[in-house]
Design a protein around this ligand. Structure first.
Ligand code: SAM
Length: 273
């Protein structure tokens, strides 16, 4: 946490980070703010396409029907929400901690004629502003790693899910101890993006305590993390303006390409009936 923001909570600090990112041109990512998913023999597919593929894989795990109500936890610019709504006919509510993301997401949805099918609101996922059992499904694409207490978020998700409702999320986790010579790179990545790394072994007990039953723990690191960092490191450094205050030690995707222990999981769970 930077000195001038010492009084802010982690969610508030994360909100400001994404306000700054929202001010950047996001065309390169097609509006989605997450990693891609590639077949291992075809990692040349552009990140934009591979990112949509990950959204679709997660959406399919929710078994949605037209008219279902979906909550997108940490909805970014609303691109995944719009894609889910168009593909499935579901109604999607997105929540994010960045006010500027919510403003932009609402504008983009209106411009795309999706205003009746998707809606966005500012809020903290640690304390979801929705009644119990109000959603058929919840998706959280690369957002939970910003939240100080994963178990609290999972409990909140369980609370707002209807019995039988499904959750799918992606999260970063340590696949093993980070080697000493890579620790500095991982620390920088976690610090610059205000994230923590989960312990994969913690997920099963965490879900159980939150009242959710695991359906799938899919380690997508090889198909997702490595090719994304490879493509990002070849692209222009779009993040320069965001981290210019710390230009001596800013995150570099190239540093992360060969950190095998920095993993990503695609996790699916359900609320028992
Ligand atoms: C990496 S972005 C992913 C955005 C979106 N899911 C996507 O894939 O395009 C992380 C998102 O999590 C949101 N976020 C982080 N902490 C949050 C919190 N405590 N409550 C709600 N949203 C949060 C951020 O505002 C941002 O939208």
């Amino acid at each position: 946490m930077s000195a001038q923001n010492a009084t802010l909570s982690v969610p508030e600090e994360v909100g400001l980070l994404y306000d700054r990112l929202t001010a950047l041109d996001t065309e390169g990512t097609g509006g989605s703010l997450h990693l891609g998913f590639w077949d291992l023999d075809n990692t040349e597919v552009p990140l934009v396409e591979a990112a949509d593929r990950l959204t679709d894989m997660m959406t399919d795990r929710l078994r949605l029907e037209a008219g279902h109500k979906v909550l997108d936890v940490g909805c970014g610019l609303g691109q995944p929400a719009g894609r889910i709504a168009r593909r499935t006919g579901a109604h999607v509510t997105g929540i994010a901690i960045s006010r500027d993301q919510i403003t932009r997401a609402t504008e983009l949805a209106e411009a795309e004629g999706l205003a009746g099918q998707v809606e966005f609101q500012h809020g903290d996922a640690m304390n979801l502003p929705f009644p119990d059992a109000s959603f058929d499904a919840v998706i959280a694409i690369e957002s939970i790693f910003h939240m100080p207490d994963r178990e609290q978020v999972l409990s909140e998700i369980q609370r707002v899910l209807k019995p039988g409702g499904r959750l799918t999320l992606t999260d970063f986790f340590a696949r093993g101890p980070i080697p000493a010579d890579k620790q500095e790179h991982v620390d920088r990545c976690l610090r610059d993006f205000i994230m923590t790394l989960a312990d994969g072994d913690d997920y099963l007990p965490m879900l159980r305590r939150a009242g959710l039953r695991i359906a799938e723990f899919f380690d997508i690191t090889e198909q997702s993390v490595r090719p994304t960092f490879q493509q990002m490191s070849q692209a222009n450094d779009q993040l320069d303006p965001v981290f210019e205050e710390e230009s001596d030690k800013k995150f570099s995707p190239a540093d992360m390409v060969d950190v095998d222990e920095f993993g990503s999981v695609l996790l699916t769970a359900e609320k028992p009936r």
